[in-house]
Design a protein around this ligand. Structure first.
Ligand SMILES: NC(=O)c1ccc[n+]([C@@H]2O[C@H](COP(=O)([O-])OP(=O)(O)OC[C@H]3O[C@@H](n4cnc5c(N)ncnc54)[C@H](OP(=O)(O)O)[C@@H]3O)[C@@H](O)[C@H]2O)c1
Length: 297
């Protein structure tokens, strides 16, 4: 029997990292790393302690590192700039240096927020020009990863889903919780994203682990939707009261940090490279609803 390749997944308590680790477990020797300790996490490391990263990498010695860890709150990143740079940029430098020395492959997660949001659809070759500190930190992480001989930068957008080990809610689950309680919600109808079902994203990431592709690749949902319409689709599918949702403009949203208005990610390259064909939002939401109902029973 051939030995399974060792794949270390950071951010293993997060939405994306947890799903990759869950789905790749049969084919790879998965090592989980995250900031918060629990039974699922093999190594607890806070990226602020950069020297601990190298220690754990030396100990675990992975062939591939999937970096899905880091600061993901745009508000937190804007207020805590130095900490965000440490976690989202300096930690990636340390990981990349280790990969270079050991000839390991790095798969680095990035975001649609590297774009300024003035176009409907973005290809990998479009100029990145982030308008927030979060977006700037992610763009720097891309540049670091792309300097390596074997690396992939995955950009994605408004990821949603339900995994067994995730540490926080995502957009449709928040809608589900709030509407179930009868709470009203105001949602922006002038910001456009390509909502991405986490299982599609995780499976495509796993396809890239041993692939010869290097460079930036967009892995997002197939539809470009405004955020209110996505909420509406979720509420309808979850059989909840859509009257509780009100569309608003960004100007009235109280959002303190500027977000790009439109970030549809074009998946054409991913279709060509790995045959990536993501589910429609309806199909992704249906999977969540099925899982929610199974958990209830
Ligand atoms: N979700 C989206 O809509 C979306 C969209 C575009 C791009 N992305 C990118 O995809 C990647 C993963 O996102 P996600 O949604 O899975 O994130 P998430 O659910 O917020 O999880 C983030 C993970 O990072 C870990 N983390 C946070 N601060 C850390 C620190 N100081 N040191 C070490 N680990 C730390 C957390 O650890 P604990 O939970 O253990 O504390 C958590 O496991 C990120 O690079 C993000 O920029 C996500």
């Amino acid at each position: 029997m051939t030995k399974k390749r060792k794949v270390l997944v950071t951010g293993a308590n997060g939405l994306i990292g947890s799903r990759i680790a869950e789905l790749a477990d049969l084919d790879f020797d998965i090592i989980t790393m995250s900031k918060t300790k629990n039974e699922w996490v093999d190594y607890v490391v806070d990226f602020k302690n950069v020297e601990e990263i190298t220690e754990v990498l030396n100990l675990s010695n992975p062939d591939v590192i999937i970096n899905a860890g880091g600061i993901t709150s745009i508000e937190f990143a804007e207020i805590n700039r130095a900490e965000t740079t440490l976690v989202n940029v300096d930690a990636v430098k340390v990981i990349a240096r280790w990969c270079e020395e050991r000839e390991a492959r790095l798969i680095q997660f990035s975001t649609d927020f590297v774009f300024n949001g003035t176009k409907d659809w973005y290809c990998e070759s479009d100029i990145a020009s982030p308008i927030s500190h979060y977006g700037q930190s992610k763009l720097k992480s891309e540049e670091i990863a792309l300097n390596l001989g074997s690396s992939v930068v995955i950009r994605t957008s408004l990821v949603y889903g339900l995994t067994n080990h995730m540490s926080r809610l995502n957009f449709p689950l928040w809608i589900y919780n709030e509407l179930t309680k009868g709470n009203t919600l105001k949602i922006t109808a002038d910001q456009f994203r390509s909502p991405t079902f986490v299982d599609d994203l995780a499976l495509a990431t796993i396809d890239l682990i041993e692939h010869s592709f290097n460079g930036i690749i967009h892995l997002a949902g197939s539809k470009r939707l405004n955020v209110y319409d996505f909420a509406l689709e979720a509420a309808e599918l979850f059989c909840l009261n859509i009257e509780l949702l009100t569309p608003i403009n960004t100007d009235n949203s109280g959002q303190n940090v500027k977000r790009p208005m439109s970030t549809g990610l074009n998946n054409g390259l991913a279709l060509a490279v790995i045959g990536y064909k993501p589910r429609s939002p309806k199909e992704g939401l249906k999977q969540i609803f099925k899982k929610l109902n199974t958990q209830k029973n």
